[in-house]
Ligand binder design. Structure first.
Ligand SMILES: C[S@@+](CC[C@H](N)C(=O)[O-])C[C@H]1O[C@@H](n2cnc3c(N)ncnc32)[C@H](O)[C@@H]1O
Length: 272
């Protein structure tokens, strides 16, 4: 519950999300691709849940519209309204709607941000068309942390091992090709595809430091074997060194292997 920002204390979820590496990385991408110096940027947060990101953006001074179909006071639009009142946010607008049909005017937003919601789409193409309709020309789409599968068998495995799917049946995942095609068909140009280990946006709750430690530990392990097994004279030859390290990498497999994570995550950054 903590890692999903589902604490009963709604403000605590916001505070923790604001301080996260994921949020910092997201804001960095927004700044980079909107090249915005002047506030307020207009951001739509679609499938906003309990409002962690919408409120964090609003507290930064962005002009935010949170779109969320669930009226719930703990995980949905009701929770966002409560936070809006708590922080007295006149720059946060809450709309109770599904992404496939949003009662919001077109060509308005600089950024459409969608965190962990695209894979819940009732209709993926319609979802993306609506996201595109809301954006002004040149605006940026960020879809963050969606489950991605390689094929039907991989999807079955993901749904079988998902801890909550057996209780509420609401989980889903698409292939990278399905996401890509829906984004392209909606008139976007994809700027970056962030696969699981490309960004802390996906690999949270791991952090950049735990990931670096894992890479460093593997490097140290191979290095120590290299020192023990290869005679000193050959160790100085760069061709021997790269042969040994490449062979070790093949034998040990990738140090970070997203294939082993059921429904690993993917994020897209695209421009209208
Ligand atoms: C996993 S939660 C993510 C919530 C929030 N974005 C976050 O990251 O904490 C998925 C959210 O998407 C919403 N959702 C599901 N289907 C949707 C749809 N078709 N259109 C818009 N939102 C949807 C759900 O109500 C839920 O709040």
């Amino acid at each position: 519950m903590k890692l999903a920002y589902f604490d009963e204390d709604l403000t605590l979820n916001v505070t923790r999300f604001q301080a996260s590496e994921e949020f910092a990385a997201t804001v960095q991408y927004i700044r980079q691709y909107t090249q915005a110096t002047a506030l307020p940027l207009r951001i739509a947060d679609i499938g906003a849940g309990n409002g962690i990101a919408a409120v964090a953006f609003a507290l930064m001074g962005f002009d935010v519209t949170a779109v969320e179909p669930d009226p719930s006071d703990t995980v949905g639009a009701g929770a966002i309204r409560e936070l809006k009142a708590h922080y007295n946010l006149s720059n946060l607008n809450v709309v109770e709607a599904f992404a496939e049909e949003m009662p919001i005017s077109s060509d308005y937003f600089d950024v459409v941000y969608i965190r962990q919601a695209v894979h819940h789409a009732c209709n993926l193409n319609q979802f993306m068309h609506e996201a595109s309709r809301l954006l002004r020309k040149g605006g940026i789409l960020i879809t963050a942390r969606d489950h991605v599968v390689y094929n039907d068998a991989d999807k079955t495995w993901f749904l079988q091992v998902h801890p909550l799917h057996k209780f509420y049946g609401g989980e889903n995942a698409y292939t990278e090709a399905e996401y890509t095609s829906a984004i392209n068909n909606a008139g976007f140009s994809i700027i970056e595809i962030l696969r699981h280990y490309d960004s802390v946006i996906n690999y949270f709750p791991e952090s950049t430091s735990t990931i670096s430690e894992k890479r460093a530990a593997r490097q140290a392990y191979v290095e120590s074997n290299f020192q023990r097994r290869i005679p000193l004279l050959f160790r100085t030859w760069s061709s021997v060194r790269s042969w040994y390290f490449n062979r070790a990498e093949r034998q040990l497999g990738p140090v970070l292997d997203a294939k082993k994570i059921p429904g690993r995550l993917i994020s897209f950054i695209a421009q209208k």
